[in-house]
Ligand binder design. Structure first.
Ligand code: GGG
Length: 357
């Protein structure tokens, strides 16, 4: 029997509603598989914890997490706590301390889902965004002086090191080679305006590209990429971008795949020195939190990525097939996809298909 220890952080808002559906799916997989077991330990960290204790997680939170095989995360953010406090107090320390330098965000329009783009079907929208996840515009380098005066100054700098830039671009080239759909890598830049950091990014992209003559590589300004995601998504296969650019583009990507509620993401430490973290791309969605109507598929799909990363490809396929079947049948859907079903009903439908499969 193979046993995985999973740390579970539902976090805030709809994170608390979608994560239980993910746990139900993992339990269903374990039941059917027979040789696989998951042990969960849940941590009540997030904005409520902050309001009680003054920090988003305990001081030894990272020490506790480092011993798990993987982390399942819901969402962070609540109207009662400034977003920069909640994000910098919980999710970013995990990503950075555990060197989860690859944030993988697949953008795929699944059969049965009608996306907003007229004339674009599942064969046109199928690519992966590789987001640099440890530095860049999220480095936190900056400061404010003369606070509260009329001559106040705020400065924030993007940090692009050769080490981190090279490794993320290399990872993306390797993925483009492996995926083999088009063997095309698009590097997202803005080197016309960002004449130091992004010029450096472009140089590294070209240097690393020399090791991958079989991969078609091109650089595209982030503004042009935003337009191309909408007009010609079929042009993309693997996309690599800095922390902020890729974060922004993947919300657009989630929109063209039909709903932000469907979008998965994996924060990976490829060397497996630390646990990786799997979370839906969406945030805590205070506008619908507590209504029981959040789409759990982004979480379920993220768990599929977790299973793949743990080397459980068969279980990952069973889960993904169940997700696809539910979407294809179209009977059980949350309101973001035009349905009237609840979070639990969608999670239940996926579990029934796992058990059938
Ligand atoms: N489940 C992801 C989540 O809670 N995201 C909140 C957020 O604002 N994340 C910012 C980021 O990923 O950079």
């Amino acid at each position: 029997m193979k046993r995985y220890h999973i740390a579970v952080i539902p976090g805030d808002g709809i994170g608390k509603e979608v994560v239980p559906e993910g746990l139900k799916a993992l339990k269903a997989i374990a039941e059917c598989h027979g040789g696989l077991d998951f042990q969960f330990e849940e941590f009540p960290w997030g904005c409520e914890y902050y309001l009680k204790t003054g920090s988003m997680m305990p001081q030894d939170g990272l020490d506790i997490l480092k011993n798990y095989d993987a982390i399942l995360f819901g969402a962070v953010g609540s109207p009662g706590v400034p977003d920069y406090i909640s994000l910098w107090g919980l999710l970013l320390p995990i990503r950075k301390t555990f060197d989860q330098y690859v944030n993988l965000r697949p953008i795929q329009l699944l059969p049965g889902v009608s996306g907003p783009l007229r004339d674009k079907g599942p064969e046109d929208i199928d690519f992966v965004v590789v987001r640099e996840n440890t530095e860049g515009e999220y480095a936190g380098a900056g400061g404010r002086i003369h606070v509260g005066t009329s001559y106040e100054v705020a400065l924030q700098t993007g940090v692009f090191t050769r080490h981190a830039t090279e490794r993320i671009i290399r990872y993306a080239f390797e993925l483009a080679r492996e995926r083999g759909r088009r063997k095309r890598l698009t590097g997202i830049t803005k080197s016309n305006a960002w004449n130091y950091g992004m010029v450096f990014w472009d140089e590294v992209f070209k240097e690393v590209g020399r090791d991958f003559p079989d991969v078609e590589a091109r650089l595209m300004h982030v503004d042009a990429a935003a337009m191309m995601f909408v007009l010609h998504p079929e042009e993309f296969d693997v996309v690599v971008g800095s922390n902020l650019f890729a974060d922004i583009l993947t919300d657009l990507g989630a929109a063209i795949q039909g709903s932000l509620g469907l979008a998965p993401s994996a924060n990976i430490n490829p060397e497996r020195k630390f646990p990786s973290l799997f979370e839906p791309t969406h945030g805590s969605a205070p506008d619908i939190a507590g209504k029981g109507i959040a789409n759990p598929i982004g979480t379920l799909w993220s768990i599929k990525m977790m299973l793949d990363f743990l080397g459980e490809a068969e279980a990952a396929d069973v889960l993904m097939n169940a997700i696809k079947q539910v979407l294809l049948e179209g009977k059980v859907r949350t309101p973001d996809l035009g349905g009237t079903s609840t979070t639990q009903e969608v999670g239940g439908a996926v579990c029934r298909l796992i058990k059938k499969g």
